[in-house]
Design a protein around this ligand. Structure first.
Ligand SMILES: Cc1cc2nc3c(=O)[nH]c(=O)nc-3n(C[C@H](O)[C@H](O)[C@H](O)COP(=O)(O)OP(=O)(O)OC[C@H]3O[C@@H](n4cnc5c(N)ncnc54)[C@H](O)[C@@H]3O)c2cc1C
Length: 347
Protein backbone atom coordinates (compact mmCIF):
# COMPACT_ATOMS: atom_id res chain seq x y z
CA UNK A 1 0.00 0.00 0.00
CA UNK A 2 1.46 3.34 -1.02
CA UNK A 3 1.43 6.02 1.68
CA UNK A 4 -0.36 9.30 0.97
CA UNK A 5 1.70 12.52 1.13
CA UNK A 6 -0.25 15.77 1.08
CA UNK A 7 1.77 18.85 0.13
CA UNK A 8 0.21 22.22 0.89
CA UNK A 9 1.58 24.83 -1.51
CA UNK A 10 2.99 24.30 -5.01
CA UNK A 11 5.70 26.94 -4.82
CA UNK A 12 9.45 26.43 -4.83
CA UNK A 13 9.45 23.93 -1.97
CA UNK A 14 6.23 22.08 -2.75
CA UNK A 15 7.08 21.55 -6.43
CA UNK A 16 10.56 20.33 -5.64
CA UNK A 17 9.25 17.92 -3.02
CA UNK A 18 6.58 16.52 -5.37
CA UNK A 19 9.23 16.04 -8.07
CA UNK A 20 11.65 14.27 -5.76
CA UNK A 21 8.97 11.99 -4.32
CA UNK A 22 7.70 11.13 -7.80
CA UNK A 23 11.12 10.50 -9.31
CA UNK A 24 12.77 8.69 -6.39
CA UNK A 25 10.02 7.17 -4.27
CA UNK A 26 7.06 6.71 -6.64
CA UNK A 27 6.61 3.07 -5.56
CA UNK A 28 6.22 4.02 -1.91
CA UNK A 29 4.08 7.18 -2.03
CA UNK A 30 1.20 8.84 -3.83
CA UNK A 31 1.19 12.64 -3.67
CA UNK A 32 -1.54 15.26 -3.65
CA UNK A 33 -0.27 18.78 -4.31
CA UNK A 34 -2.62 21.63 -3.38
CA UNK A 35 -2.34 25.30 -4.33
CA UNK A 36 -4.85 28.15 -4.51
CA UNK A 37 -3.27 29.44 -7.73
CA UNK A 38 -3.29 27.92 -11.21
CA UNK A 39 0.37 28.62 -11.97
CA UNK A 40 3.86 29.03 -10.55
CA UNK A 41 6.24 31.92 -11.16
CA UNK A 42 9.76 32.59 -9.93
CA UNK A 43 10.19 35.40 -7.40
CA UNK A 44 12.78 37.19 -9.50
CA UNK A 45 10.42 37.30 -12.49
CA UNK A 46 8.41 39.97 -10.67
CA UNK A 47 11.34 42.33 -11.22
CA UNK A 48 11.12 41.56 -14.94
CA UNK A 49 7.41 42.44 -14.90
CA UNK A 50 8.03 45.60 -12.85
CA UNK A 51 10.53 46.80 -15.44
CA UNK A 52 8.27 45.90 -18.37
CA UNK A 53 10.78 43.36 -19.72
CA UNK A 54 8.24 40.54 -19.54
CA UNK A 55 4.47 40.39 -19.10
CA UNK A 56 2.70 38.55 -16.28
CA UNK A 57 1.58 35.94 -18.84
CA UNK A 58 5.18 35.39 -19.95
CA UNK A 59 6.37 34.43 -16.47
CA UNK A 60 3.52 32.15 -15.33
CA UNK A 61 4.04 28.40 -15.57
CA UNK A 62 0.60 26.70 -15.47
CA UNK A 63 0.17 23.75 -13.12
CA UNK A 64 -2.03 22.00 -15.69
CA UNK A 65 1.19 21.29 -17.60
CA UNK A 66 2.68 19.38 -14.64
CA UNK A 67 3.41 15.80 -15.56
CA UNK A 68 4.72 13.82 -12.59
CA UNK A 69 3.87 10.17 -12.07
CA UNK A 70 1.91 9.61 -8.88
CA UNK A 71 1.31 13.34 -8.27
CA UNK A 72 -2.17 14.83 -8.48
CA UNK A 73 -2.47 18.63 -8.52
CA UNK A 74 -5.60 20.20 -7.05
CA UNK A 75 -6.35 23.92 -7.29
CA UNK A 76 -7.94 24.51 -3.88
CA UNK A 77 -7.52 26.98 -1.03
CA UNK A 78 -6.49 25.47 2.29
CA UNK A 79 -8.94 26.62 4.96
CA UNK A 80 -8.03 24.46 7.96
CA UNK A 81 -5.14 22.34 9.25
CA UNK A 82 -5.33 20.14 12.34
CA UNK A 83 -1.70 19.19 13.01
CA UNK A 84 -2.64 16.54 15.59
CA UNK A 85 -4.96 14.48 13.36
CA UNK A 86 -3.29 15.74 10.11
CA UNK A 87 -6.77 16.53 8.78
CA UNK A 88 -6.70 19.30 6.19
CA UNK A 89 -9.77 21.06 4.86
CA UNK A 90 -9.92 23.15 1.73
CA UNK A 91 -12.65 25.20 0.07
CA UNK A 92 -13.86 22.06 -1.70
CA UNK A 93 -12.46 18.95 -0.02
CA UNK A 94 -10.79 17.38 3.01
CA UNK A 95 -7.78 15.09 3.40
CA UNK A 96 -6.36 12.67 6.00
CA UNK A 97 -2.84 11.96 4.73
CA UNK A 98 -0.15 9.73 6.20
CA UNK A 99 2.36 12.57 5.85
CA UNK A 100 1.59 16.27 5.68
CA UNK A 101 4.08 18.85 4.38
CA UNK A 102 3.29 22.54 4.83
CA UNK A 103 4.94 24.58 2.08
CA UNK A 104 2.61 27.57 2.03
CA UNK A 105 5.36 30.23 1.86
CA UNK A 106 4.97 33.73 3.27
CA UNK A 107 2.02 36.05 2.66
CA UNK A 108 1.97 39.82 2.98
CA UNK A 109 0.21 42.03 5.48
CA UNK A 110 -0.30 45.09 3.29
CA UNK A 111 -2.49 46.72 5.95
CA UNK A 112 0.26 46.56 8.59
CA UNK A 113 1.74 49.83 7.30
CA UNK A 114 -1.00 52.50 7.34
CA UNK A 115 -1.34 54.30 4.01
CA UNK A 116 0.64 51.66 2.08
CA UNK A 117 -2.38 50.01 0.45
CA UNK A 118 -3.77 53.36 -0.66
CA UNK A 119 -0.61 55.17 -1.72
CA UNK A 120 2.32 52.77 -1.99
CA UNK A 121 3.66 50.42 -4.65
CA UNK A 122 5.28 46.99 -4.35
CA UNK A 123 6.72 44.35 -6.64
CA UNK A 124 6.48 41.37 -4.27
CA UNK A 125 3.21 40.22 -5.88
CA UNK A 126 2.64 39.80 -9.60
CA UNK A 127 -0.32 42.21 -9.56
CA UNK A 128 1.82 44.69 -7.60
CA UNK A 129 4.64 44.40 -10.14
CA UNK A 130 2.18 45.19 -12.93
CA UNK A 131 0.86 48.25 -11.08
CA UNK A 132 4.40 49.42 -10.46
CA UNK A 133 5.31 49.00 -14.13
CA UNK A 134 2.41 51.34 -14.99
CA UNK A 135 3.48 53.83 -12.30
CA UNK A 136 7.04 53.80 -13.63
CA UNK A 137 5.79 54.53 -17.13
CA UNK A 138 4.07 57.65 -15.85
CA UNK A 139 6.96 58.73 -13.59
CA UNK A 140 9.16 61.51 -14.96
CA UNK A 141 11.26 62.49 -11.96
CA UNK A 142 11.16 63.26 -8.25
CA UNK A 143 11.88 61.47 -4.98
CA UNK A 144 11.77 57.68 -4.99
CA UNK A 145 11.67 56.11 -1.53
CA UNK A 146 12.22 52.35 -1.36
CA UNK A 147 11.58 50.92 2.11
CA UNK A 148 11.79 47.52 3.76
CA UNK A 149 8.73 47.60 6.01
CA UNK A 150 9.50 44.65 8.29
CA UNK A 151 11.59 41.58 8.98
CA UNK A 152 11.91 38.79 7.99
CA UNK A 153 11.32 39.30 4.26
CA UNK A 154 11.85 37.17 1.16
CA UNK A 155 15.14 37.19 -0.68
CA UNK A 156 17.48 39.43 1.35
CA UNK A 157 19.12 41.00 -1.76
CA UNK A 158 15.79 41.76 -3.54
CA UNK A 159 15.24 45.32 -2.18
CA UNK A 160 18.78 46.33 -3.16
CA UNK A 161 18.51 44.56 -6.49
CA UNK A 162 15.37 46.59 -7.19
CA UNK A 163 17.20 49.80 -6.26
CA UNK A 164 20.01 48.98 -8.71
CA UNK A 165 17.60 48.05 -11.48
CA UNK A 166 15.46 51.16 -10.92
CA UNK A 167 18.62 53.27 -11.12
CA UNK A 168 19.41 51.63 -14.47
CA UNK A 169 15.82 52.05 -15.65
CA UNK A 170 15.81 55.78 -14.87
CA UNK A 171 19.19 56.17 -16.57
CA UNK A 172 17.89 54.43 -19.71
CA UNK A 173 14.84 56.71 -19.62
CA UNK A 174 17.20 59.69 -19.49
CA UNK A 175 15.70 60.96 -16.22
CA UNK A 176 18.20 59.68 -13.61
CA UNK A 177 19.48 63.24 -13.00
CA UNK A 178 16.01 64.32 -11.92
CA UNK A 179 15.40 61.34 -9.60
CA UNK A 180 16.54 61.29 -5.99
CA UNK A 181 16.66 57.72 -4.69
CA UNK A 182 16.65 56.70 -1.02
CA UNK A 183 16.46 53.21 0.49
CA UNK A 184 15.50 52.64 4.14
CA UNK A 185 15.71 49.32 5.93
CA UNK A 186 15.54 48.13 9.56
CA UNK A 187 18.72 46.02 9.40
CA UNK A 188 22.10 47.42 10.46
CA UNK A 189 23.43 46.87 6.95
CA UNK A 190 22.25 45.49 3.59
CA UNK A 191 22.11 41.68 3.20
CA UNK A 192 23.71 41.11 6.62
CA UNK A 193 24.95 37.56 6.01
CA UNK A 194 28.62 38.64 6.07
CA UNK A 195 30.47 41.96 6.25
CA UNK A 196 31.97 41.55 2.75
CA UNK A 197 28.55 40.88 1.24
CA UNK A 198 27.02 43.93 2.93
CA UNK A 199 29.92 46.06 1.72
CA UNK A 200 29.37 44.92 -1.86
CA UNK A 201 25.75 46.11 -1.70
CA UNK A 202 26.76 49.31 0.12
CA UNK A 203 29.31 50.08 -2.59
CA UNK A 204 26.67 49.39 -5.22
CA UNK A 205 24.33 51.93 -3.63
CA UNK A 206 27.06 54.56 -3.23
CA UNK A 207 28.31 54.15 -6.82
CA UNK A 208 24.79 54.80 -8.08
CA UNK A 209 24.13 57.78 -5.84
CA UNK A 210 21.39 55.98 -3.92
CA UNK A 211 21.05 57.32 -0.37
CA UNK A 212 21.19 54.54 2.21
CA UNK A 213 19.37 54.85 5.57
CA UNK A 214 20.02 51.73 7.66
CA UNK A 215 18.14 50.95 10.90
CA UNK A 216 15.24 53.11 9.78
CA UNK A 217 11.77 51.65 9.77
CA UNK A 218 8.92 53.34 7.92
CA UNK A 219 5.82 52.81 10.09
CA UNK A 220 3.22 54.65 7.96
CA UNK A 221 2.88 56.72 4.82
CA UNK A 222 0.53 59.61 4.16
CA UNK A 223 -0.58 59.50 0.50
CA UNK A 224 -2.09 63.00 0.79
CA UNK A 225 1.03 64.84 1.94
CA UNK A 226 3.35 62.23 0.37
CA UNK A 227 5.39 61.77 3.49
CA UNK A 228 6.67 58.58 5.07
CA UNK A 229 6.80 58.44 8.86
CA UNK A 230 9.77 56.71 10.47
CA UNK A 231 9.75 54.93 13.85
CA UNK A 232 11.95 57.77 15.12
CA UNK A 233 9.15 60.26 14.40
CA UNK A 234 11.07 61.82 11.50
CA UNK A 235 9.30 62.17 8.15
CA UNK A 236 10.68 61.65 4.65
CA UNK A 237 9.07 63.16 1.56
CA UNK A 238 8.46 61.02 -1.53
CA UNK A 239 6.88 61.19 -4.96
CA UNK A 240 6.98 57.42 -5.52
CA UNK A 241 6.89 55.08 -2.51
CA UNK A 242 7.94 51.47 -3.02
CA UNK A 243 7.63 49.13 -0.02
CA UNK A 244 8.72 45.60 0.74
CA UNK A 245 5.55 44.61 2.62
CA UNK A 246 5.41 43.15 6.10
CA UNK A 247 5.43 39.34 5.77
CA UNK A 248 3.31 36.83 7.70
CA UNK A 249 2.43 33.13 7.62
CA UNK A 250 -0.54 32.48 5.30
CA UNK A 251 -4.03 31.68 6.56
CA UNK A 252 -5.07 29.34 8.07
CA UNK A 253 -1.74 28.68 9.81
CA UNK A 254 -1.93 31.37 12.52
CA UNK A 255 -5.14 29.81 13.94
CA UNK A 256 -4.13 26.18 13.35
CA UNK A 257 -1.66 26.02 16.23
CA UNK A 258 1.13 25.24 13.77
CA UNK A 259 2.49 28.79 13.64
CA UNK A 260 4.05 30.04 16.86
CA UNK A 261 5.15 33.68 17.08
CA UNK A 262 4.28 34.09 13.42
CA UNK A 263 6.01 31.14 11.75
CA UNK A 264 6.03 27.32 11.92
CA UNK A 265 8.84 26.01 14.17
CA UNK A 266 10.71 22.97 12.85
CA UNK A 267 13.66 20.83 13.81
CA UNK A 268 16.00 22.27 11.20
CA UNK A 269 17.95 19.04 10.80
CA UNK A 270 14.98 17.22 9.24
CA UNK A 271 12.19 19.84 8.89
CA UNK A 272 9.84 17.92 11.20
CA UNK A 273 7.38 19.90 13.29
CA UNK A 274 6.54 18.79 16.81
CA UNK A 275 3.56 16.86 15.35
CA UNK A 276 4.22 13.30 14.12
CA UNK A 277 4.12 13.02 10.32
CA UNK A 278 3.91 16.79 9.84
CA UNK A 279 6.77 18.71 8.17
CA UNK A 280 7.19 22.34 7.12
CA UNK A 281 9.60 23.69 4.49
CA UNK A 282 10.54 27.00 2.92
CA UNK A 283 9.51 30.52 3.84
CA UNK A 284 6.80 29.39 6.25
CA UNK A 285 9.16 27.84 8.79
CA UNK A 286 11.49 29.03 11.46
CA UNK A 287 14.07 27.50 13.80
CA UNK A 288 17.11 28.15 15.95
CA UNK A 289 19.26 29.04 12.92
CA UNK A 290 18.42 31.94 10.63
CA UNK A 291 17.80 30.54 7.17
CA UNK A 292 17.00 33.23 4.57
CA UNK A 293 13.55 33.15 2.99
CA UNK A 294 14.57 32.22 -0.54
CA UNK A 295 13.61 29.56 -3.03
CA UNK A 296 16.99 27.86 -3.07
CA UNK A 297 16.67 27.01 0.63
CA UNK A 298 13.10 25.72 0.22
CA UNK A 299 14.33 23.48 -2.58
CA UNK A 300 17.15 21.99 -0.48
CA UNK A 301 14.76 21.42 2.43
CA UNK A 302 12.40 19.55 0.09
CA UNK A 303 15.11 17.00 -0.71
CA UNK A 304 15.68 16.27 2.98
CA UNK A 305 11.95 15.87 3.63
CA UNK A 306 11.48 13.49 0.68
CA UNK A 307 14.35 11.34 1.91
CA UNK A 308 13.13 11.49 5.51
CA UNK A 309 9.61 10.38 4.52
CA UNK A 310 11.04 7.52 2.45
CA UNK A 311 13.32 6.44 5.32
CA UNK A 312 10.40 6.53 7.76
CA UNK A 313 8.31 4.30 5.48
CA UNK A 314 11.08 1.81 4.77
CA UNK A 315 12.61 1.90 8.25
CA UNK A 316 15.93 2.79 6.62
CA UNK A 317 18.66 5.23 7.60
CA UNK A 318 17.44 8.85 7.87
CA UNK A 319 19.10 11.33 5.49
CA UNK A 320 21.96 13.60 6.50
CA UNK A 321 20.84 16.84 8.19
CA UNK A 322 19.49 19.82 6.28
CA UNK A 323 22.36 22.28 5.99
CA UNK A 324 20.47 25.49 5.28
CA UNK A 325 23.10 26.55 2.76
CA UNK A 326 22.55 27.96 -0.70
CA UNK A 327 23.55 30.38 -3.44
CA UNK A 328 21.78 33.67 -4.19
CA UNK A 329 22.21 35.75 -7.33
CA UNK A 330 21.39 39.45 -7.53
CA UNK A 331 21.31 41.70 -10.60
CA UNK A 332 23.23 44.91 -10.24
CA UNK A 333 22.15 46.30 -13.62
CA UNK A 334 24.30 46.82 -16.68
CA UNK A 335 24.53 43.05 -17.16
CA UNK A 336 26.34 42.55 -13.82
CA UNK A 337 25.20 39.80 -11.45
CA UNK A 338 26.53 39.00 -7.99
CA UNK A 339 26.73 35.51 -6.56
CA UNK A 340 26.52 35.05 -2.80
CA UNK A 341 27.30 31.65 -1.33
CA UNK A 342 25.50 31.29 2.00
CA UNK A 343 26.80 28.68 4.43
CA UNK A 344 24.59 28.44 7.47
CA UNK A 345 26.40 28.64 10.79
CA UNK A 346 26.20 25.35 12.64
CA UNK A 347 23.82 25.17 15.62
C1 LIG B 1 11.05 39.97 -5.87
C2 LIG B 1 11.52 38.63 -5.40
C3 LIG B 1 12.71 38.10 -5.89
C4 LIG B 1 13.15 36.87 -5.46
N1 LIG B 1 14.32 36.36 -5.98
C5 LIG B 1 14.76 35.14 -5.55
C6 LIG B 1 15.96 34.58 -6.10
O1 LIG B 1 16.59 35.16 -6.96
N2 LIG B 1 16.37 33.38 -5.61
C7 LIG B 1 15.67 32.70 -4.63
O2 LIG B 1 16.10 31.61 -4.24
N3 LIG B 1 14.53 33.21 -4.11
C8 LIG B 1 14.06 34.41 -4.56
N4 LIG B 1 12.90 34.93 -4.02
C9 LIG B 1 12.24 34.25 -2.89
C10 LIG B 1 11.42 33.06 -3.33
O3 LIG B 1 10.46 33.42 -4.29
C11 LIG B 1 10.71 32.46 -2.13
O4 LIG B 1 11.59 32.41 -1.03
C12 LIG B 1 10.25 31.04 -2.44
O5 LIG B 1 9.24 31.11 -3.41
C13 LIG B 1 9.78 30.32 -1.20
O6 LIG B 1 9.33 29.04 -1.53
P1 LIG B 1 8.15 28.37 -0.69
O7 LIG B 1 7.91 27.04 -1.32
O8 LIG B 1 8.45 28.43 0.76
O9 LIG B 1 6.90 29.33 -0.89
P2 LIG B 1 6.23 29.85 -2.23
O10 LIG B 1 7.10 29.60 -3.41
O11 LIG B 1 5.79 31.23 -1.95
O12 LIG B 1 4.96 28.88 -2.39
C14 LIG B 1 3.88 28.93 -1.49
C15 LIG B 1 2.64 28.50 -2.24
O13 LIG B 1 1.57 28.33 -1.31
C16 LIG B 1 0.38 28.78 -1.90
N5 LIG B 1 -0.57 29.11 -0.84
C17 LIG B 1 -0.42 30.01 0.17
N6 LIG B 1 -1.50 29.98 0.98
C18 LIG B 1 -2.35 29.06 0.48
C19 LIG B 1 -3.61 28.55 0.89
N7 LIG B 1 -4.24 29.00 2.01
N8 LIG B 1 -4.19 27.56 0.15
C20 LIG B 1 -3.55 27.07 -0.97
N9 LIG B 1 -2.37 27.51 -1.40
C21 LIG B 1 -1.76 28.49 -0.68
C22 LIG B 1 0.80 29.97 -2.74
O14 LIG B 1 -0.13 30.20 -3.78
C23 LIG B 1 2.17 29.54 -3.25
O15 LIG B 1 2.12 28.96 -4.54
C24 LIG B 1 12.41 36.16 -4.48
C25 LIG B 1 11.19 36.68 -4.00
C26 LIG B 1 10.75 37.89 -4.45
C27 LIG B 1 9.44 38.42 -3.94
Amino acid sequence: MRKHVLILGAGFGGLELATRLSESYGDAVGVTLVDRNDSFYFGFSKLEVMLGRQSADDVQLPYRELAMDGVEFRQETVTGVDPITRRVTTDSSSYDPDFLVVALGADYDMGATPGFLEGGFEYYTLAGAERMRDALEAFDGGKVLLSVLGQPFKCPPAPFEAAFLLHEHFALQGIRESVHMTITFPMQRPVPVAAAVSQMFRDGLAERGIEERPQQLVTAIDPTTKEARLATGETLPYDLFVGIPVHRAPDPLPVSGLAVDGWVPVDQSNLRTQYPGVYAIGDVCTGARTVPKAGIFAEAAAHVVADDIAATISGGEPPGPYEGSGICYAEFGGGRVSKVVYSAPSK
